[in-house]
Design a protein around this ligand. Structure first.
Ligand code: 3PG
Length: 218
């Protein structure tokens, strides 16, 4: 599949809702009720990070059982991660940065990759390869909305999903930028709510996040 088709798929996913929840899941049996709560609250695209042994089972379960969810895989560091996530049913992949091996694997894979960048040079290198949708990571420590906003004029082709250190309160600072389609964040799925089955609370957090649509300027 060519890069432009994958970029279009990625853009569609990034436009589904203002926030992509970044999930660290310890128990795969929490995956389906969590994803149902997020979808019910208006947040369909979900990134389950490969940081726990439960992650791939969680992705498999959400892909098979949760109608309306667009399940993604996060913390993809290698070609092996990318292939495993694709086989588990992930529909998009997110990486904190880039490596030559991962980019090569992404070229050969049908799974759209949203790679992380923290500098204009990294963004330019990826643009040369056809990537016009990027993650800005770690958004707040790397320079926040001020840095990202400064890229809008010289890099107008690129749209970002800033992630890292963003909350419900600070998300509008990013979402109002012309080069931002959505933000990523872990605040929608706190570990205690996952552990205690706080699905109604997660749905409520999703509802609040979905309302951020009002501040997106495009
Ligand atoms: C992460 O590294 O887990 C993601 O960037 C999410 O970051 P956050 O916990 O600051 O939202």
């Amino acid at each position: 599949m060519n890069i432009e088709t994958k970029q279009q798929q990625l853009e569609t996913t990034m436009r589904l809702a203002p926030v992509i929840p970044v999930v660290i899941i310890e128990d795969a049996k929490h995956a389906v009720p969590m994803a149902r709560a997020l979808v019910a609250g208006g947040i369909p695209a979900i990134e389950v990070t490969l940081r726990t042994p439960a992650a791939l089972d969680a992705i498999r379960a959400i892909a098979a059982e949760v109608e309306g969810a667009v399940i993604g895989v996060g913390t993809v560091l290698s070609a092996k991660d990318l292939h495993a996530a694709e086989q588990a049913g992930a529909r998009f992949a997110v990486s904190p940065g880039i490596s030559p091996n991962l980019l090569e694997a992404a070229d050969d894979s049908a799974l759209p990759l949203l790679p992380g960048v923290a500098t204009a040079s990294e963004a330019m290198s990826l643009l040369e390869r056809g990537y016009r949708n990027l993650k800005f990571f770690p958004a707040v420590p790397a320079g926040g909305a001020k840095l990202l906003g400064a890229w809008a004029s010289p890099l107008p082709q690129i749209r970002f999903c800033p992630t890292g250190g963003i909350s419900l309160t600070t998300a509008p600072d990013f979402l109002c930028l012309p080069n931002v389609l959505c933000v990523g964040g872990s605040w929608l799925t706190p570990s205690d709510k996952l552990k205690n089955g706080g699905w109604a609370e997660i749905e409520q957090l999703a509802r609040e996040a979905a309302l951020l649509k009002g501040v997106i300027g495009r």
